[in-house]
Design a protein around this ligand. Structure first.
Ligand SMILES: *Cc1c(COP(=O)(O)O)cnc(C)c1O
Length: 423
């Protein structure tokens, strides 16, 4: 084991942690170790006042004038510009809008239309289901298209996702577009975005990346990697708030030629001329559809302000240190948990998957003792290590609680817990 081997050693790491001061930017409840920042990021301390101001001043006093006076009309682009550096894009290549699912629909349809003589969409069999549902619908709606599923990882701790040989085999001349998750929502296995995008392009296809479990967890370089389109969530590592709008990236070279099919008035070149014919806006605005959730934008805006001061390389270093510590401690103290994430830190995101026969009950028992993680089908305890607010001591304490939960094994003496609607 190379990491700290005592609680005191963890405290020493916390004392020199360059990100430690960011903890005070979040309101985390006492007595909770929050290991679920990849499902719903915690509340930034600045958000309650930002929401109050938005509602009282911009809505209450400004009324409809706020579309102009408070910059409401520009928000999808101004917030997109704030997200851009977090994914390595230029400020005018990103918009904040809709949900990740809807943005996937838009970019998949746009990409398919750009390759009319190719009919196949390639996606990962283990992808987050919404990606597959959307890809299947787009393929069906644009008649004569087909979804081809590939395995890009065996799912084990030694997984090297860039080795993706099934993907290479699938990349024949019929493939129009490949949709991939950069960091797998379950295993945390991470693709080599640059190498894989290059291989996709060499085959003549376009590359769409889902960054839901990457943004705010690892530094990204979508423009530098030549990515065509990307989408992602803001309510996970970015702490935008429950249901906060997603983002959509399109490479500048596609701004004039990409046509997405949800042609709502907010994507029109001149919406306030109220013309009966649709004409797409020249830049990223063409990816907008209808009126955005401005109250939700207010919490997202306050959350994004935190990220302005954050060094993403420091985030990555701390992520590696935290996830490495968790993997080491679990490896020595919890033999009944099987690691489901790559051991190589450069091959994983900022969460760790641990397999256990009673994973759902393990997660429930942890939550009862103040350690919040989540369960993913079929048998995964998924724990996120979010570097902006998690300390090494907290992680050490969480493992102590995990060890106690596994020792007590409450599931052995109780009937199986009924599943809540959200796991
Ligand atoms: C969380 C997540 C989504 C969520 O999509 P929404 O439409 O915003 O609910 C999509 N893709 C992946 C990979 C995710 O992890």
């Amino acid at each position: 084991m190379t990491g700290p081997s005592s609680r005191a050693a963890c405290a020493a790491l916390d004392a020199v942690d360059r990100l430690a001061a960011l903890r005070s930017r979040f309101l985390l409840p006492e007595g909770i170790v929050y290991l679920d920042g990849n499902s719903l990021g915690p509340l930034p301390a600045s958000v309650p006042a930002a929401l109050e101001a938005m509602v009282r001043d911009e809505w209450g006093s400004g009324l409809v004038r706020s579309w102009n006076l408070a910059g409401w009309w520009q928000k999808p682009c101004s917030l997109g510009a704030e997200i851009a550096p977090l994914i390595g894009a230029d400020r005018d290549e990103v918009v904040a809008c809709d949900s990740t699912s809807i943005n996937l629909f838009k970019v998949l349809a746009a990409a398919l239309e750009m390759a009319p003589d190719r009919r196949v969409v390639v996606a990962e069999r283990n992808a987050f289901p919404t990606d597959l549902y959307m890809a299947a619908s787009v393929a069906e709606l644009l008649a004569d298209r087909e979804l081809r599923l590939v395995d890009t990882s065996a799912g084990g701790p030694s997984t090297r996702r860039s080795g993706a040989t099934e993907l290479d085999a699938a990349l024949d001349g019929s493939v129009a577009v490949v949709l991939l998750s950069h960091v797998d929502y379950r295993s945390s296995a991470m693709h080599d975005m640059r190498a894989v995008t290059e291989r996709i392009h060499r085959s003549g296809a376009l590359a769409i990346w889902d960054l839901a479990h990457s943004v705010g967890a690892v530094p990204l370089e979508v423009t530098g990697c030549g990515v065509d389109f990307a989408v992602g969530c803001t309510y996970k590592y970015l702490s935008g708030g429950p249901g906060s709008p997603a983002f959509l990236y399109a490479a500048r070279r596609h701004h004039g030629s990409a046509h997405q099919p949800l042609t709502g008035w907010h994507g029109h070149a001149e919406p306030f001329l109220f013309r009966p014919e649709y004409e797409p806006a020249p830049g990223m605005r063409r990816f907008l559809v209808g009126s955005p959730p401005l109250i939700s934008f207010a919490s997202l805006e306050a959350a994004l302000a935190i990220w302005r001061d954050v060094d993403l390389d420091a985030v990555l270093d701390k992520s590696h240190a935290l996830s490495g510590l968790l993997i080491d401690l679990v490896g020595t103290r919890c033999p009944e948990l099987r690691l489901g994430s790559p051991r190589d830190p450069t091959r994983r995101g900022s969460h760790v998957a641990l397999h256990h026969e009673h994973a759902y009950d393990v997660v429930q028992a942890l939550a009862k003792r103040g350690v919040v993680g989540d369960f993913r089908e079929p048998d995964v305890v998924r724990l996120a290590l979010a570097p902006l607010y998690l300390s090494f001591v907290e992680l050490w304490d969480a493992v102590e609680i995990l060890v106690a939960v596994l020792d007590d094994a409450p599931w052995a003496s109780a009937p199986p817990s009924p599943r809540a609607p959200v796991t």
